[in-house]
Design a protein around this ligand. Sequence first.
Ligand code: PEP
Ligand code: MN
Length: 442
Amino acid sequence: MSINLDSWRSLPAAQQPEWPDRGALEQVVTKLQGLPPLVFAGECDNLKAELAAVTRGEAFVLQGGDCAETFAGATADAVRNKLKTLLQMAIVLTYAAKVPVVKIGRMAGQFAKPRSKGTETRAGVELPAYRGDMVNGLDFTPEARIPDPERLVQAYHSSAVTLNLIRAFTKGGYADLRQVHAWNQDFVAESPAGKRYEQLAREIDQALAFMRACGADPEEFHTVEFYSSHEALILDYDQALTRIDSRTGLPYDVSAHMVWIGERTRQLGNAHVEFFASIRNPIGVKLGPTTSVDDALALIDKLNPDNEPGRLSFITRMGAPKIRKHLPELVEKVTASGAQVAWICDPMHGNTFEAPSGHKTRRLDDVLDEVAGFFEVHRALGTHPGGIHIEFTGDDVTECVGGGQEIVEGDLALRYETACDPRLNRGQSLDLAFRVAELYRS
Ligand code: PEP
Ligand code: MN
């Protein structure tokens, strides 16, 4: 079988940088093509099998991380804090909701951003928008905002560093269940969510002690499977990291285990959908409130023609006021078509607004309300609420309002550090996990 990975090139591609020098881009692509894979195709297949369990209603996805990772943010502390928060959330879900949790980071590759506006204006000065560290710089200067293809190579190396840390943390003892208290140590005293978590960790300790006394100490208690994902936006990058798997002879994007198509690039007949149809990774597509049933069915036909469970996840991001109105018909008709998809809720991107201070923010209450709506819709239809997709950080930032620590709009300036959209901080993330566990159980 001949495999054509270039078919997207003749189609319109939205949100691609205007590289000033095509020759420089081509050199970078050649360099990337010669670099080792970041993940193995077999690992992508393992994730696909776990997502197939989600599709069958037997597991739950927890996918999250920064809106935009930065090169400067790939430090041991920042990566550990994100991982720790995600592990704590996963523990809450596994223990309180009694469901296996598939853990996927928006990590080790989430370096490119689609923008609704091509430029940004500050104090009367207009410059090209920031498109993620993979493309240009965040600094508000004309030089920083020029797309630089060398950044694609930096994105690869930054992904490699992050993934290496993640692999060491998750396989080297840090993710061992006996660490449930340790993950919380710096957190418990000052926050309601931390205290609530501590109670649960004590119960887990008891259960583990009982299991050990019975002679049971399975491998699953000592390491976790953790997968990487990003929005595959810059097609030159993701194609350069697409390789033919020696076991199967099929192409996999080995820059991450899972990749997704954003709300702004999911047009049928366009380049992103075409490229995604050619790779064999598990993939996601973001679906906003304007998605029609026909759009969803056509995406399924194009992206999962063999109806393979685990291959395709729909990540809905409707907004709290809209989800109960727009989601039911989509889920109902897709289900009636017999299509195998996992339904994941992104309760962040439909709930962004600008605070009076000018900060882009989100209310935790809106996030929780969209998640509640997601569960209501799936419960009413008898379908499986398959997971959540969130933007969070392990640091105590003040980017979203609400939560146990009661961050208000006036606090946003205190620690507003995101390179793009506002993220839940650690306490807000745990608040969300406890709420999701309650919704899952009920
Ligand atoms: C994102 O996930 O950061 C994003 C841009 O989302 P969406 O494509 O849903 O707008
Ligand atoms: Mn975002």
